[in-house]
Design a protein around this ligand. Sequence first.
Ligand code: ZN
Length: 246
Amino acid sequence: MMGKCKLCCEEKELCKQSHIIPNFMYKDLFDEKNRMYAIQSEEGGIKQKGIRQTGEFEANILCKGCDNGTLGKLERYASLILYDGYPKIIEHRKSPDGMTYTYCAELDYAKFKLFLLSLLWRASISSRPQFKEVHLGPHEERIRRMLFGGNPGEQLEYPCLIMTYLNREDYPSDLVTQPSQSKVDGGYIYKFLIGGMIYIFFVSKNIIQERLTDVVINPKGELKILHMPPEMAKKALSNMLGIVWS
Ligand SMILES: [Zn+2]
């Protein structure tokens, strides 16, 4: 079908399937029949385990050039980094306060940052119920321009903090939850839990703290992925899944 692509804003032939969360992020989440187990929240706070055939996708939102070209390029790069252990320097370290983290270096700042922003942006433009809490308002157009223009912005412009509990083998690594919006100090943050990684996007400028500078990807290509201490992981999972974990 012809229509207006949401990324380039041109009248083009639109894709029948554009992934909102790229398929590669569901790696290891498929069972032997290639079905993905996902957790979805429902009204009234009851959650259930659902089975989906593939990752979330939507029709008629992006043209082929934007889907496969512009965003596809970012996805292919992020896939190498997140799932194929590509970074040249990657070490597990401990910070003075006892927090352990994975240190990544020599990343392509523009590609990785824009990939993260593309997740947030796609969730915002999506009309799928799974993404109903993600509304970027005026930030949606700003991020669209950054994506379309290949401009990753400054380090603390829409920073994304990445945490993981994959270091804990007793925690489920096969969950994808509905992204959630929270209000913190009068500003908005969005949390995505995808396969054992929690991506926290800080959208409102007034809540972006200087101390994120040390952690989120910087223009030199350094990034710290924080390992969540057990109690924190438990709390975060309980919150995001809406369950009480004993
Ligand atoms: Zn397009």
